[in-house]
Design a protein around this ligand. Sequence first.
Ligand code: MG
Length: 216
Amino acid sequence: MTEILDLSHVRLGDRPLVVCDVDDVVLHFVAPFQEFLRGEGHELLPRSFRLTGNIVSIETQIALEHPDVRRLIEAFFEAQENWQIPTDLVVQTLDTLSKDADVVFLTAMPPRYREHRRRLLDQIGLTFPMIASEEPKGPIMQRLHAGRPLPSVFIDDMAHNLHSVRDHVTECLLLHMMPDSPLHLLAPKPADGIVRAADWGHAAELIRRHIQPEAA
Ligand SMILES: [Mg+2]
C-alpha cells in the first residue's frame, strides 16, 4: 500500500508558485559528493550519467556495487550539513522572489533525511516549505498547484523531473538549471521549450517575466 504524501504543511497564498529542486539547484551536490567520496577512498569517474558503475575504489579502480553506492549516498545525506553549501545568489534571489510568490522546495531524497535537510536550509536562511519525496515530481506539483489560475514555475537540474512537471502542470514555466560538472554534461538533455537558466540571476529575470509580465 502506498501512503499518500502529506502536503498539509505547505500553505499557499493567492499568488504565483515557484517550486524548486534542491540538489544541484539550491545546494551544491555533485561537487561536495565527489569530495566526500574521496574521503572514503573512492572516486566518481564521469563516464556516463549514473552513479552505479562510475564510483570506483581509488586503490583498485574497481566499481562499487549498487548497494554500496546507495549506502554512500545515504551516508552523504546523513552528513549533508557538513558538506553541502548554497549555490551562488540563491539566498538573495529566492528571498526577493518570495515577496511576490510562494516558494516551495521539492527535493528527491529519502524522506528519512528530511530533518537534516530542513536544518541545513534553515541555517542558510532558506526557510521556505520543503517536500522530500522520491515519487515523480509532476503529480506532486499538480496536487500542490491544483489547477489554480495563477502562474507557476518549476526549476530542476534533471530532464526527467522537468518532463514530469511538463506532463502534469499546464502553462508552468520550466527552467533547467545545472552545474557544469563533467557528470551533468553527460546528462540527458531536456526537451525543446524547456529554458536553460545559466544561474540564479538569469533565473530571476525569466521568473519575473513569467509571473509579472506587465513589469518586465
Ligand atoms: Mg537536483
